[in-house]
Design a protein around this ligand. Structure first.
Ligand code: ADP
Ligand code: ZN
Ligand code: ZN
Length: 744
């Protein structure tokens, strides 16, 4: 008997992160479960709460315990395993349990306020035998009516009168006659809204696996078949057929009654992936991402919950999908930064997936052509099993990559943003009616100072990251340690006066391309051209159909597309990301260049990649040009080790924000003083310094970065900060604790 339930309430106050006891009224005793959303009176108002436990007694005074008022949701929003996962997240990421729940479950599901959609449809009013008899009878007199009955026997779709008439190419009147005769009747059912995605009809054709694919699959299947829990890093070069590996493993899992979750970095960027999965699995897939309408999300969630769909495909938050008997989580392009949530709770889907599988059993596959440094390191350490696909399908060669030194171009009098070789390659490609991708490595706040003559970028002497230009004070600043310097008039390396703030956008490149290659069909793909729903897909479709000659774009065009007719990939400047004030900038550069380079040389075409840069000697660029992950990894891991960056330390980024800059700086300094007392547990304290995005929605932001070695120490420091420092602070100042930050 469940007399009392433990409820956490949805109130945005940090000190209320405890559960409260409520009494269960008789009528709910046999119904109420962990994971139910309920309405309860809290203080003097009604709030939403979540059931997280039961008890037969309560420490509260019996007369003062309140009843829960109602159960909001028919579905349990989470089961005990998921609750364990949520609790782990709250403790690991130092955030409120209720915040975790609310970011894991779609709002519509929690409130239950989304209306269910009902449809009326026509069905046969008699059993099959009887129907066969009627069909025979109608054969001569009314062949169209006969056809309708045959159609309904063969298809179980939910069609209205007019839809049915259309499908059988007849009039609504003909259908109505069957209703009047009593052969058809109306039924009603709840229908699920499905998100829009371009479908092509499911087909069963599967390619014959390559030897490498087969080997990788066999290794993973041992675990799927034996119900063992394990995690794999699948390191497969671009075009090696990772997707086919995923499909086969999922298929095998399904045949054993196991569901799967497939995470993709950003679903709108990978519409082709959804199409491939639909082709193989039809309506067994459900698609979850933030661009769905409330109703669509609600319905896709319930399709999974009720086992109507068994495979969830989606972005980051799909890691929480209520997949039945989930035995497999695949994270495609596991190195992508979009797997880390940029707001509270600051979780990383990779870590959550690994934990989820640990709690409920199953297999995690992390797939990438360019694994994150951490994942590769852990694979080496044995934390993940390492699997490799080293060859492209059909033994296609990796495209040759040339590095163009833009300093040299300037010296030879070419001031255009396109090098002579790139222009030539584009012209050639256009002549042959092949296609070109032009890629710009760009992110908003890349305000670094670069010498166009020698390529020198001014860096912090303490942190080995680029100094950021601050226009308002005309100074250069380090976003890690707050080292500040004036902007030099001449390049410190070569004395040149061609030293200036760097940055060009995609729009400018599109303009220049139009001037240079008149007559070519040029399209642009970036945040500005893809705001409308489905516009990504349309742009990609025009490339696929050969309607576009040149596609210019940002990171968006680097993702896993597979088009055989692209023969040139041009990178305008490899330096933009390289010079971001982030210790991972070398890694990002390598990953992006490798990914874009992987867009060509597919099908039967020979591809070519041209990388323009001001730092041709940088190891990220050289390694990418040789498609050599290991060379890059070995260099990078050494520098991480030397400077105590992850995976050799755990980072915490504490962001201090507020409307008054003075107050923010003061609080940051006080925090710094507080942390100094714990120095023995901390490897290094960086800052306080202005955050890379120094002002956001009118709030000033400063940050302190902690390098800590070991989870235990980290937890201790954060617990101390939360219990001893934060309560003393001015309410005007906000503190954000970002555990394992990824963009800094
Ligand atoms: P990756 O994700 O590793 O970059 P993809 O999964 O995009 O590679 O595969 C590249 C191409 O090879 C796709 O067009 C895919 O359909 C095709 N492909 C995959 N496996 C096979 C196979 N065994 N035989 C033939 N083609 C395959
Ligand atoms: Zn210089
Ligand atoms: Zn510094």
């Amino acid at each position: 008997m469940t007399d009392y339930v433990k409820i956490i309430v949805d109130i945005p106050l940090s000190h209320l992160d405890n559960s409260y006891d409520y009494r269960v009224p008789k009528k709910y005793k046999d119904i109420i479960k962990i994971g139910h959303a309920v309405k309860v009176r809290f203080g003097n108002r009604m709030v939403v709460g979540f059931v997280i436990g039961f008890s037969n007694t309560t420490d509260l005074d019996k007369d003062r315990v309140r009843d829960i008022s109602s159960i909001i949701t028919k579905e349990e929003l989470f089961n005990e395993e998921m609750l364990e996962l949520f609790k782990w997240m709250a403790s690991y990421y130092k955030c409120l349990l209720v915040k975790v729940i609310k970011s894991a479950i779609p709002t519509g599901v929690i409130t239950g306020k989304v209306k269910k959609k009902r449809v009326r449809f026509l069905s046969l009013n008699q059993n099959q035998e009887e129907t066969d008899r009627i069909i025979n009878e109608l054969r001569k007199k009314a062949p169209k009516q006969k056809e309708i009955l045959e159609f309904l026997l063969a298809n179980d779709e939910y069609l209205s009168t007019s839809q049915l008439a259309e499908r059988v190419s007849t009039s609504a009147g003909t259908v109505s006659r069957l209703i009047k005769k009593g052969y058809l009747k109306y039924e009603e059912k709840i229908s699920r809204r499905r998100p829009y995605f371009k479908k092509s009809s499911p087909g069963s054709s599967k390619p014959e696996l390559t030897k490498e694919q087969q080997e990788v699959i066999n290794k993973i299947l041992v675990n799927i078949k034996g119900n063992k829990t394990d995690s794999y890093l699948l390191h497969g070069v671009t075009g090696s057929g990772k997707t086919e590996v995923y499909l086969r493993i999922i298929e095998e899992g399904l045949s054993r009654g196991k569901g799967a979750i497939v995470l993709v970095p950003e679903i709108s960027l990978t519409p082709m992936m959804v199409r491939i999965f639909y082709q193989r699995f039809g309506d067994k897939i459900a698609v979850l991402h933030s661009n769905l309408s409330l109703g669509e999300r609600y319905d896709e969630w319930r399709r999974l919950y009720y086992g109507e769909a068994l495979i969830a495909i989606g972005a980051r938050s799909a890691v929480f999908a209520p997949v039945k008997n989930c035995g497999l989580i695949i994270i495609d392009e596991e190195h992508e930064t979009s797997y880390k949530q940029g707001e509270n709770p600051y979780y990383h889907a990779r870590e959550v997936a690994l934990k989820r599988v640990k709690l409920s059993g199953g297999v995690v596959i992390l797939g990438s052509a360019t694994p994150s440094l951490e994942s590769y390191y852990y694979a080496q350490e044995g934390k993940f099993k390492y699997l490799a696909l080293t060859e492209r399908i059909n033994a296609e060669e990796m495209p040759p990559v040339s590095i163009i030194d833009m300093r040299e171009e300037l010296r030879n009098g070419n001031t255009s943003i396109f090098s002579t070789s790139l222009k030539k390659a584009i012209n050639n490609s256009l002549l042959k009616k092949e296609q070109v991708l032009i890629f710009l490595n760009r992110r908003g706040y890349a305000n670094f100072i670069l010498c166009r003559e020698c390529g020198h970028v001014i860096k912090c002497k303490n942190c080995d990251i680029s100094l950021t230009y601050h226009e308002s004070e005309n100074s250069l600043r380090c976003h890690y340690c707050d080292f500040t310097s004036i902007v030099p008039r001449n390049c410190p390396a070569c004395g040149s006066v061609f030293i200036k703030k760097f940055g060009i956008g995609t729009e400018r490149i599109e303009e220049e391309l139009k001037k240079e290659f008149t007559g070519a069909v040029i399209e642009r793909m970036d945040v500005d051209t893809t705001t409308r729903k489905g516009s990504h897909y349309e742009i990609l479709e025009r490339i696929e159909k050969g309607e576009t000659d040149i596609l210019v774009g940002t990171q968006m065009i680097a993702k896993g597309h597979d088009y055989p007719n692209i023969s040139v990939v041009g990178v305008i400047t490899a330096d933009n990301i390289l010079n971001l004030p982030d210790f991972r900038s070398g890694e990002r550069t390598f990953q992006l260049l490798t990914q874009v380079a992987g867009r060509t040389g597919r099908g039967s075409k020979n591809g070519e990649v041209i990388i323009q840069t001001y730092t041709p000697e940088h190891y990220s660029i050289i390694a990418a040009s040789k498609h050599d992950y290991l060379q890059f990894y070995n260099q990078e891991i050494n520098s991480r080790k030397k400077l105590f960056y992850p995976p050799f330390s755990q980072l915490v980024n504490i962001i201090i924000q507020g409307y008054q800059e003075q107050g923010v700086v003061k609080a940051a300094e006080q925090l710094n003083v507080f942390l100094k007392d714990y120095q023995q547990y901390i490897k290094e304290i960086l800052g306080p310094s202005p955050a890379p995005i120094n002002k956001l929605r009118n709030r000033y932001r400063w940050q302190i970065i902690l390098k800590i070695q070991g989870w235990a120490k980290r937890n201790f420091i954060l617990a101390e900060t939360r219990s001893k420092f934060l309560p003393e602070q001015d309410k005007e100042i906000g503190f954000i604790i970002d555990v394992d930050p990824i963009k800094m």
